[in-house]
Design a protein around this ligand. Structure first.
Ligand code: IPM
Ligand code: MG
Length: 349
C-alpha cells in the first residue's frame, strides 16, 4: 500500500531543508523498497501571500487525508499581521488534526558532547524526551485579546485533556528508563493544581514508573544542572514550548532537534523544533539535521520502518562525528553538501 506524505515546506529555510530531505527519502526508499508518494502544499507566510490564509482549506484537507505530514518551518518578519500570521496556521493545523501529544527528544551523543555550551561532564549521555501538551492551555484559551490599555489570555485545561497527555507520557516512560518528571506551577496556577492531582491519580496505574514533580522554574534550572537525570518530562503547552528550546541547546544547536505530534488516531505531524531562520534563508547555510531526524521519527513512528529510521539516524550521527556539519555545529559544510554526502552514502552502502 502506498504511504501518502504531505510536505509543507513553508517559509525561510523551510523549502531548502525540505527539498534535500525529500531527495534523501527518494533514494532511501529505493534502497529499502518503500512505496510512498508526496504531495506538496502551501502553508505559512507564502500561503498568506498567495491565498490570504496561512492554512488554506486545500492544505488542511490534504493533511487530513494523509498518512503523515512533514513540516519544515513557517514565519518571517514580513508577516507580522496581528490577526493573520503564519503561526496561526500552525496552531490551527495542530488543533484541526487534534495533535495533542508533542514528542521532543534530546540526546547528547559522544559526538555532540563538546558542542554543548555546558561542560561535557554535565551533559554527557543526556537522553530525555519532553512530552508537551499541544492543543490546549494558554495557546488556545478564550477570551484572548489586547489593546493599548490591557490584554487578556486565558489558561484552560479540561480534565480529559490532562489525562490523555499524561497517559502518553507514562506509556513512553515504561518503554524507556521508567522515570517521569511532571512539570507545573502548582504553587500559583489552578490549572497546575489539577495537573498535579491528575498525574498522581494516574500514576497508580503505572507502578513501575517513578514520578517526580517539579515546578517549571526549578525544572529550567535542573535541566542545566543535572540533565542526565531526566528521562520523560510531561508538561503543559507553554511550559513545554519553553523547556524544549532550553533542552535543545544541550547538544549544542537548536538545529538538531526533531519533533513528532500525535492525535488519538489520524495522521501525525513531524517537524524540526527550530524556526524559519529568515536571516540565513536561501544562503545554503541551514542545518538540515532537525528536518532529517524528523523524517526519521516519521519513518519509525508512522511508517513503522525501524530499518530506514535507524539508517538515517546513524547517518546523521556519522556526519556529525566527521564534522560534516553546518557552522552552528562547528563544521564548514553547506546545506547542499550535507545532502550530497548523504546521497553518496545511500548509494554506496
Ligand atoms: C514551536 C514553536 C511554535 C509554538 C510557534 C511557531 C507557534 O515555537 O513549535 O515550539 O510556540 O508552539
Ligand atoms: Mg517553540
Amino acid at each position: 500500500m502506498t504511504f501518502h506524505i504531505v510536505s509543507l515546506p513553508g517559509d525561510g529555510i523551510g523549502p531548502e531543508i525540505m527539498a534535500g530531505t525529500l531527495e534523501v527519502l527518494a533514494s532511501l526508499s529505493q534502497k529499502f523498497h518503500f512505496d510512498y508518494e508526496v504531495s506538496e502544499h502551501l502553508m505559512g507566510g507564502r500561503a498568506i501571500d498567495e491565498t490570504g490564509s496561512p492554512l488554506p482549506e486545500t492544505t488542511l484537507a490534504a493533511c487530513q487525508q494523509a498518512d503523515a505530514v512533514l513540516l519544515a518551518a513557517i514565519g518571517g518578519p514580513q508577516w507580522q499581521y496581528p490577526t493573520n500570521r503564519p503561526e496561526h496556521g500552525l496552531l490551527q493545523l495542530r488543533k484541526s488534526l487534534e495533535l495533542f501529544a508533542n514528542i521532543r527528544p534530546t540526546r547528547v551523543s559522544e559526538h555532540t558532547v563538546n558542542l554543548s555550551p555546558l561542560k561535557a561532564e554535565i551533559v554527557a549521555a543526556t537522553d530525555l524526551v519532553i512530552v508537551r501538551e499541544l492543543t490546549s492551555g494558554i495557546y488556545f484559551g478564550t477570551p484572548s485579546h489586547w489593546d493599548e490599555n490591557g490584554a487578556v489570555d486565558t489558561l484552560n485545561y479540561a480534565k480529559n485533556e490532562i489525562e490523555r497527555i499524561v497517559h502518553e507520557a507514562f506509556k513512553l516512560a515504561q518503554q524507556r528508563r521508567k522515570k517521569l518528571t511532571s512539570v507545573d506551577k502548582e504553587n500559583v496556577l489552578s490549572s497546575s493544581k489539577l495537573w498535579r492531582q491528575t498525574v498522581d491519580r494516574i500514576a497508580t496505574q503505572y507502578p513501575d514508573v517513578t514520578v517526580e514533580h517539579l515546578l517549571v522554574d526549578a525544572c529550567s534550572m535542573h535541566l542545566l544542572k543535572r540533565p542526565t537525570d531526566f528521562d520523560v518530562i510531561v508538561t503543559e503547552n507553554l511550559f513545554g514550548d519553553i523547556l524544549s528550546d532550553e533542552a535543545s541547546m544541550l547538544p549544542g544547536s537548536l538545529g538538531l532537534s526533531p519533533s513528532a505530534s500525535f492525535s488519538e488516531s489520524g495522521p501525525a505531524l513531524y517537524e524540526p523544533i527550530h524556526g524559519s531562520a529568515p536571516d540565513i534563508a536561501g544562503q545554503n547555510k541551514a542545518n538540515p539535521f532537525g528536518m532529517l531526524l524528523s523524517l526519521a521519527m516519521c519513518l519509525r513512528m508512522s511508517v513503522h520502518r525501524d530499518d530506514m529510521a535507524t539508517w538515517l539516524e546513524n547517518a546523521v550521527d556519522h556526519l556529525i562525528a566527521h564534522k560534516i556539519t553546518t557552522p552552528d555545529l562547528g563544521g564548514q559544510s553547506t546545506t547542499n553538501e550535507i545532502f550530497e554526502v548523504l546521497q553518496s552514502h545511500i548509494k554506496e552502502a
